[in-house]
Structure formats: structure tokens, C-alpha cells
Design a protein around this ligand. Sequence first.
Ligand code: OFO
Length: 172
Amino acid sequence: MISDKMQAALNKQIELEGYASFYYLSMASWCDNEGLEGCAKFFHRQSAEENMHMLKIFHYLSEIGGIAIAPGIAQPPSNFESIQTVFKLVYAHEQKVTASINDLVRLAYEEKDYTTQNFLEWYIAEQREEEALIRMILDKIKLIGTGGMSLYYIDKEIEIINTAQIAAESAE
Ligand code: OFO
């Protein structure tokens, strides 16, 4: 049986993952509008992934006899300064998610809720991969710089990364 505290914390995480999904959807729309098609595709896929992360917790709570709550999602920003800023914001948000997952693991341990602790292991690995991916993108953006044609090269680079991610996922 899950404790009320653990259940409330998992429902908070559902909200955070849901927000990430809409945040990245908003970024996809901004990229589309800026003509950054590769980036838009990347963010549509990221948004769908975050939705899956949200649902995974939702189903987990139902599975163990808890109550999953459909979250009210705050309006994410719809305008961004630059594509460089967008990826910096993504990195900051992923770090926030990682910190929140770590808090959940700590709580599960304190509550002696080993089932939830085990469930959260998937998220620990996922966050490690996500942070590494965004760091790699930020490094590439830095290498490309801000000269003429840089947006074109950044977009192409993100398109390549997105395609590789899709291929890796379908090979799993
Ligand atoms: Fe689900 O927060 Fe990123 O991966």
C-alpha cells in the first residue's frame, strides 16, 4: 500500500512531466515558426516522450491501488529569444526533473517503499540519458557558433540527432 505522502509526491511528478510535455510542445511550435524544422521535429518527439513519462507514473499509481490525478498544467511560455536559449532552458528543466526524481527516490527510501524505489530506477537512467543528450546538443551549438548560416547548421545537426534517436529507440 502506498503512503499518502508518496502518492502526493508521485502526483506532483505527473504534473512536472506533463508540464515538460507542453513546454516542449510550445518550443516545437516556436521552432516551426522560425523555420527550424529539424528542431521542431525534435521537440515534438521530446514532447511525446514526456507525455509517456507522465503516463508511466499515472499507470503505476493505478496498478498499485493508488489514485492518479490528471494534472492542471500551467501555460508554458510561447516566445523564446533564440534556439540557443531554448536548449539552455531545456537543460535547466531537465536538471529540475532530475532533482525531483532524486527527491522521490529519497522519499521512497524513507517510507521503506521499495516497490516505488524500484519503479523509479527507470527514471534515474532516463534522466541521465536526457541530460547527456542535451549537454551534447549544447556543445554542438557552441561549436557551430553564431555566424551566418549557423541556424541552418544547428537545425541540420538537430535533425541528424533526432533521426539517430528514432533509430536507437526502434532498435530497443
Ligand atoms: Fe521526463 O523529464 Fe525529461 O526525460
